[in-house]
Design a protein around this ligand. Structure first.
Ligand code: SF4
Length: 250
């Protein structure tokens, strides 16, 4: 499996889930590399913003920022190697994240099956951008989908970010919850329109303020909470940003 590489090691770390339905839950994060989208504000751009690709990123204007060399940011491990790392960590909650984990769903399915064979108490949730339909086998092993569907503010075309069959799959799957990053009132209109179009029930939706600093999150908190009360959706913070700031591997 292709994992993101951090300080010369595969990006696997023990922390707490900072967003959405499982917020606050101690969890091991396994960060896969590769993504099929190219969100302009993505904070894990080292999983897809490779040299020689045409995608813009909001950091392009920052001094010293450049696209990533694929060979330096991917670590390829076997299922057995990943299981050996995970067995050493005293936690059974795994968050499969990325990048887009479902690009490697065959490998992740093998990983989940191997871990359950070790201990049936393993709990698996996956982050996903909601554009890829999981296989039946993957679906039978996963406990929770955190569908972080993208809006026009991501700078992905509609045809890339909105896959109707995938939306329909997740809106009908009782393990799925949706998470939308909201920066403006226009974003909110886009969310409500998607909820109507794909019959997504408000109880399964988490609205999260956009921001990679505590100040930026707090700015949007008040009006977004009011919007959640009005729509009957859930509000979610980004707990890890408050605790650690915008850092990798925590
Ligand atoms: S889908 Fe996620 S990992 Fe992929 S570019 Fe967007 S924010 Fe980044």
């Amino acid at each position: 499996m292709k994992l993101a590489k951090l300080n010369g090691k595969p990006e696997i770390f023990y922390s707490i889930q900072g967003e959405g339905k499982s917020i606050g839950k101690p969890s091991i994060f396994v960060r896969t590399s590769l993504c099929n989208l190219h969100c302009i504000w993505c904070d894990t751009d080292y999983t897809w913003n490779w040299e020689s690709t045409p995608f813009p990123h909001e950091n392009d204007a920052k001094p010293g920022y450049s696209k990533f060399k694929k060979s330096e940011y991917i670590e390829e491990l076997t299922t057995e190697q990943i299981v050996d790392i995970l067995k050493e960590i005293p936690c059974k909650n795994l968050v499969l994240t990325g990048g887009e984990p479902l690009l490697q769903q065959t490998e992740l399915k093998e990983l989940m099956a191997a871990l359950r064979a070790e201990d049936e108490n393993y709990w698996f949730e996956t982050e996903t951008n909601g554009t890829i339909i999981p296989s039946d086998e993957f679906d039978s092993l996963i406990n929770q989908y955190n569908v972080s569907a993208k809006l026009s503010n991501s700078n992905n075309s509609v045809s890339l970010r909105e896959k109707p069959e995938a939306y329909t799959f997740f809106s009908n799957n009782e393990k799925a919850v949706f998470k939308f990053v909201v920066a403006t009132k226009t974003d909110l209109e886009e969310v409500t329109s998607l909820m109507r179009k794909y019959e997504i029930s408000p109880e399964t939706v988490f609205l999260m303020p956009e921001g990679t600093t505590a100040d930026k999150l707090n700015e949007k908190q008040q009006w977004l909470v009011e919007a959640c009360k009005h729509l009957g959706t859930n509000y979610t913070d980004r707990l890890h940003i408050h605790i650690y700031g915008n850092k990798r591997g925590v």
